[in-house]
Design a protein around this ligand. Structure first.
Ligand SMILES: C[S@@+](CC[C@H](N)C(=O)[O-])C[C@H]1O[C@@H](n2cnc3c(N)ncnc32)[C@H](O)[C@@H]1O
Length: 253
C-alpha cells in the first residue's frame, strides 16, 4: 500500500502541479547522465513511474528505452504513449521484467511508498544487469532544507522524518548486493510564480504525501506565510524562479 491513494483525482492533481517543466530539470539531466552513462537502446526501468514525467524526459534526453512500471491505473493512464516507453502494471516488490533485463533503475519519490524496501532491493537486483545503477531521487529525513513546500509548510518535514533515511536505504540495498556510489543534492525549478503556488495550494494538498497530514491550522499558517511573501514584496519575489532541491542517491550492482 502506498502512503496515499493514487486515484483518478490524485493523478489529475499530480499531473497539474507536480510535474516539473523540462527546462527546470537541467541539473537532473546532467546528474543522471553522469551516473547512467546512457547509450542508444539501453533499457531503464522507471519504477513507480507515476504520470511518466521522467520516462518521457529520459527517452527525449538520452534516446533510451524506458519500461514504466506503475501500480496505479489512474497514474498509468496519464503516461504519454510513445514507442520508446512500455507501460506496465507492477510493484517494486514484483517487477514484470525478466532476470538481468534492465540497464538501470530509476525511483523518483517512491522509496517511502514501498513497505518492504529490502524485498524491493532484492527484486530490483534480480532485474538489473551486473554493474547497473539504481538512481534514487528523493527527499530524505534531515535533508529537506531546500524543499519548497517545507519552506512554507515546515510541518511537512514531520512526514519526511518517517521516510527511509539515506542510511536505511543504503542498508536495504546493501543486503541485496548494491554498494553506495554517490549522494548529491540536485536543484530543480518549478514553472509559475509564488502567486501561482498560492493559487494551486488546494491541488498541491491533494497531490503531495507530505501536505495531506497537515492540520487545518498548519495549512492555514503556511498559506498565510505564502500570501504575505507574495504581497510584501509587491510581486518581486513572485517573479523569482521557484526552486526545489532533492537528493540523487546512486547505488550500483
Ligand atoms: C510521488 S509519485 C512519483 C511519480 C514519479 N516517479 C515522479 O517522480 O513523477 C509516487 C508513485 O509511486 C507509486 N508507488 C506506490 N507504491 C509503489 C510500490 N510499492 N512500487 C512501485 N511504485 C509505487 C505510486 O503509485 C505513485 O505513482
Amino acid at each position: 500500500m502506498a502512503r496515499i491513494s493514487y486515484d483518478a483525482a490524485t493523478a489529475a492533481a499530480f499531473k497539474a502541479v507536480r510535474e516539473l517543466p523540462r527546462d527546470g530539470l537541467a541539473e537532473w539531466r546532467e546528474a543522471v547522465e553522469r551516473h547512467l552513462r546512457p547509450s542508444h537502446g539501453m533499457t531503464v526501468a522507471d519504477i513507480g513511474a507515476g504520470t511518466g514525467a521522467f520516462s518521457t524526459a529520459f527517452t527525449d534526453w538520452f534516446g533510451v528505452n524506458v519500461v514504466a512500471i506503475e501500480p496505479s491505473a489512474a497514474m498509468r493512464e496519464q503516461i504519454p504513449e510513445r514507442p520508446t516507453i512500455q507501460v506496465l502494471e507492477g510493484d517494486a516488490r514484483s517487477l514484470p521484467l525478466a532476470d538481468e533485463s534492465a540497464d538501470a533503475a530509476w525511483l523518483s519519490l517512491v522509496v517511502h511508498h514501498i513497505p518492504d524496501l529490502e524485498a524491493a532491493a532484492r527484486e530490483i537486483r534480480r532485474v538489473l544487469r551486473p554493474g547497473a545503477p539504481v538512481l534514487i531521487r528523493q527527499g530524505f529525513p534531515g535533508r529537506v532544507g531546500g524543499v519548497e513546500l517545507v519552506r512554507w509548510f515546515p510541518e511537512t518535514a514531520r512526514t519526511v522524518d518517517t521516510y527511509p533515511s539515506v542510511a536505511d536505504t543504503c542498508k536495504a540495498f546493501a543486503t541485496a548486493g548494491f554498494r553506495r556510489e554517490a549522494l548529491e543534492p540536485v536543484s530543480e525549478t518549478f514553472a509559475g510564480s509564488l502567486a501561482d503556488l498560492l493559487g494551486q495550494l488546494d491541488t498541491f494538498r491533494r497531490a503531495d504525501t507530505t501536505m495531506r497530514p497537515l492540520t487545518e491550522a498548519e495549512f492555514s499558517r503556511g498559506e498565510e506565510r505564502l500570501r504575505r511573501a507574495v504581497q510584501e514584496t509587491e510581486g518581486a519575489v513572485s517573479r523569482q524562479p521557484r526552486t526545489n532541491r532533492l537528493d540523487l542517491l546512486v547505488l550500483r550492482r
